[in-house]
Design a protein around this ligand. Structure first.
Ligand code: SF4
Ligand code: SF4
Length: 807
């Protein structure tokens, strides 16, 4: 029976991870399987495959939970038994339901965890189409894997799993590969296991302790007091460190992170509250699967997706017991010197018949020894060398770089990669949503998924075009009406042209305009509604349905073809000046028409000068801009108005700017707007503020009150603006001595510093920053703090009221 100590009211921790069982049987018969070989027998009474009505209702429940708790993302792991036994149709249906149900504001990290033996191209193509990442179970080399992971008739599964991994290593499928999960058996040679797994070049490895309890202790060949699991993990850890941590290992990274006061990456270690729920094939809601190892029915909650919302399950005493951190542990663990790393180990491993889970882990001796060894061995090591901040893909160092206001090449490249995944997801949403598509849209999406396998680089270049997201967001929000364009067909045509593919792509025109995202636009005479685009060696042809053909040769000017022009500011940064894309109208200000040669030359001149200034005085911002700012859209400049610039969450990588009077101002606008671009991407990864806070806040640089996110955005931009004026002041003072321009820069610096510090104070005092939000604000404060002393030591006094808060 379940023994629970903690049933008092605690703040509800929303679920962010959902294990969705698609099939309750397996084609393997692993003898260490917690589903079929341990205490639990509930699976016998459940449907084999999850019926559609369960999947539909599950999607509804997850979506309402995400909306109610304003979750910016959720992770859903398609699981089993063996989920591939559910078949492609059920998997595709589950993915469609989830994507269709989730609110636009909530990202979906969709994964499948499989034994791999059935994985083939058909499944991989399906996973590409639905953006599903794949985790594979593999226990090491053939000998290690054969110890447990066999078919019921005793045959080895090893070669089939290796074939699955080889498939996931192909260029077209590589991005699907999420990593390998390896269950430890101390009879296996640890280094042979490590070498076998790293030889497969996985994006990550997780070593899992075998499931055991105090009722059924784990195998210990040298007696109950021995610690073979510490020795086994320790041998691999030593090699991993000696090799420079060639691959992220979740167990090791979690220990390193928790030793440095950061969060664990796994529920097996650390004190983070559990945020995972399991949905069985009949729709019942259960706690962590690992609990099945404790006693029959241990994972049950009594709730199901048809009769109960997910908050009910989140308030189940068993869930709450795993959310109490230190307070939820037994007295022995609470006084343990390594408790912040260990956290009492996996909850299921604490089970005893007499007192339930109020015990240390049955692996206590191993955990203590291993963590102590890592602490001693790893003193002074950097926890952020390999492993990302939970869920973001950013290492802690990169995350802190961004929090400080900057963000180097690698940090921004991570954001670029994450945003590309969002673009792909959004396009998949649009392509597969019920309201969508015409037959031609479906055909374009099929073509794009084929291109994604054949020419992934060309596909990435087109899919990441900022205004593709603008189109997809608009289409998704509006449904099918009100937009003559078809971004999927346009993208497929652009990929075909970039890759020189022989495929012919039929694309609807937008009032006589063929949009080719990132390449340019073609003006087509007459009243044709569609053209068929085909790549040629030296250009392309576009043939209307009535047979009229336009032939474009890249090397020859043609008034009908308006290519997107680029400006190479120097060898480090090339940016597209986007004045043709019909979807570029995303910035809240009227866009410029196609630039004439003189205006384009003026942009070239000013961008080159602005970039040189940024590199010289703001190197901390230049790297990020070079890595992530790919498009500038010229805006109209109304007479008599101040400088205009803008960015949009729906157009990552783009900024809109009305070309200002000077290159110096252009530099300032570029730095300012790219802050919004970076922070928008960070906010797509992490909740920095409480989304339920509906208050309006005073921002020192605006008259109208701002929502909390607006204040955060403005503050982040003003950190860069402050640094710009500080750098200008120092630069001008160094070149010209004291003078009008230097004095003005100093005054701007002092004013911006005071404003930004005040805004940081408002953010901190809001009480609505998440843990990461607090860390982000602290990063900005740390950037500002030394500047106060600079002003203090200068003659002026305009910064004196600045900000006791930042000090
Ligand atoms: S593959 Fe997984 S679900 Fe299937 S028997 Fe093995 S451990 Fe159990
Ligand atoms: S090492 Fe043992 S006593 Fe310490 S926290 Fe872990 S399980 Fe508890």
């Amino acid at each position: 029976m379940l023994h629970l100590r903690h049933t008092r009211d605690v703040e509800l921790v929303p679920f962010r991870q959902f294990v969705l069982k698609l099939h309750s049987r397996c084609d393997l018969a692993c003898d260490h399987c917690y589903v079929y070989e341990h205490e639990d027998t509930q699976w016998r009474g459940r449907p084999m495959a999850s019926p559609r009505r369960v999947l539909e209702q599950t999607a509804v429940r997850i979506a309402e939970h995400a909306a109610a708790h304003r979750l910016s993302s959720v992770r859903v792991v398609l699981h089993g038994g063996e989920p591939l036994l559910a078949g492609p149709e059920t998997i595709g249906f589950a993915a469609e339901q989830l994507r269709a149900a989730l609110p636009d504001s909530c990202g979906l990290d969709l994964r499948i965890h499989t034994n791999g033996v059935l994985l083939d191209r058909r499944f991989c193509d399906l996973f590409l189409e639905h953006d599903i990442r794949v985790g594979i179970s593999l226990d090491g080399d053939r000998a290690a894997n054969d110890l447990h992971r066999r078919y019921a008739d005793g045959r080895s599964s090893h070669s089939k799993v290796l074939s699955a991994v080889a498939l996931l290593q192909e260029p077209g499928y590589r991005r699907l590969f999420a990593g390998i999960l390896c269950t430890i058996d101390v009879r296996n040679d640890p280094l042979a296991v490590y070498e076998a797994l790293t030889a497969l070049d996985p994006p990550g490895i997780d070593f899992l302790l075998p499931h055991a309890t105090w009722v059924h202790p784990p195998l210990r060949p040298d007696g109950p007091e021995s610690t073979p699991y510490a020795a086994w993990l320790g041998a691999i850890y030593e090699r991993w460190e000696a090799e420079g941590r060639p691959v992220p290992v979740r167990t090791f990274d979690s220990v390193l992170r928790t030793l440095h006061g950061l969060s664990s990456l796994t529920e097996n270690l650390g004190l983070e509250p559990a945020d995972l729920v399991v949905i069985e094939t009949d729709g019942t809601l259960e706690q962590a699967d690992s609990l099945r190892t404790a006693f029959d029915g241990a994972a049950g909650t009594g709730f199901n997706v048809f009769d109960h919302d997910l908050d009910r399950a989140a308030r189940h005493p068993g869930m709450i017991d795993r959310q109490l951190g230190l307070a939820g542990l037994c007295a022995t663990c609470r006084s343990c010197p390594v408790v912040s790393s260990c956290g009492g180990g996996l909850y299921a491993h604490r089970y005893r018949e007499e007192n339930g889970f109020e015990n240390p882990s049955v692996f206590c001796g191993d955990l203590k020894e291993f963590i102590t060894m890592v602490a001693a061995r790893g003193e002074g090591t950097d926890p952020a060398r390999t492993e990302p901040t939970a869920g973001t893909g950013l290492t802690d160092r990169q995350w802190d770089e961004l929090a400080a206001g900057h963000g180097g090449t690698e940090a921004v490249r991570v954001l670029v990669g994450q945003q590309l995944e969002i673009d792909r997801t959004l396009l998949a949403h649009v392509a597969t949503s019920a309201s969508a598509p015409s037959a031609s849209t479906s055909a374009s999406w099929r073509l794009l998924t084929e291109f994604d396998v054949q020419v992934p680089d060309a596909c990435d270049q087109v899919m990441s075009h900022p205004y593709n997201r603008t189109w997809a967001t608009g289409r998704w929000q509006r449904g099918d009406g009100g937009d003559s364009g078809d971004g999927l067909a346009e993208s497929a045509a652009a990929v075909a042209l970039r890759a020189g593919s022989e495929a012919e792509v039929r694309v609807p025109l937008r009032g006589g305009v063929l949009r080719l995202p990132g390449l340019g636009r073609l003006l087509v005479d007459g009243d044709a509604a569609f053209v068929s685009v085909r790549s040629r060696e030296d250009g392309f042809t576009a043939t209307t349905d009535s047979g009229a053909t336009v032939r474009i040769v890249w090397a020859q000017q043609d008034p009908r073809w308006q290519p997107t022009r680029t400006v190479a500011a120097d060898a480090d940064w090339t940016v597209r000046l986007e004045d043709t894309d019909p979807c570029r109208d995303a910035h809240g200000h009227p866009v410029s028409a196609r630039l004439g040669p003189e205006e384009f030359a003026a942009w070239e001149r000013d961008l080159t000068s602005a970039w040189a200034l940024i590199k010289r005085i703001l190197p901390g911002y230049a790297e990020g801009i070079a890595a992530g700012l790919s498009v500038i859209t010229p805006l109209q400049r109304p007479s008599g108005r101040r400088d205009i610039s803008s960015s949009a969450r729906s157009a990552f990588g783009a900024v809109g700017i009305a070309r200002p009077a000077t290159a110096d101002t252009l530099a300032l606008l570029l730095v300012h707007e790219f802050q919004h671009v970076k922070l928008g991407a960070v906010l797509d990864l992490d909740d920095l503020i409480d989304g339920n806070d509906a208050r309006a806040f005073h921002a020192p640089w605006r008259e109208d009150p701002r929502p909390l996110e607006g204040l955060l955005q403005g503050t982040y931009a003003h950190v860069a603006v402050t640094e710009y004026w500080r750098a200008r002041w120092q630069d001008l003072r160094g070149r010209n001595g004291f003078g009008t321009a230097a004095d003005r820069a100093r005054d701007e610096f002092a004013r911006c510093l005071a404003d930004t510090a005040q805004a940081l104070g408002s953010l901190s005092a809001s009480g609505s920053l998440t843990g990461l939000g607090g860390r982000f604000v602290a990063g900005m404060e740390a950037t500002l703090r030394p500047w106060l002393d600079e002003l203090d030591s200068d003659d002026g006094d305009s910064a004196r009221p600045v900000a006791s808060h930042v000090r």
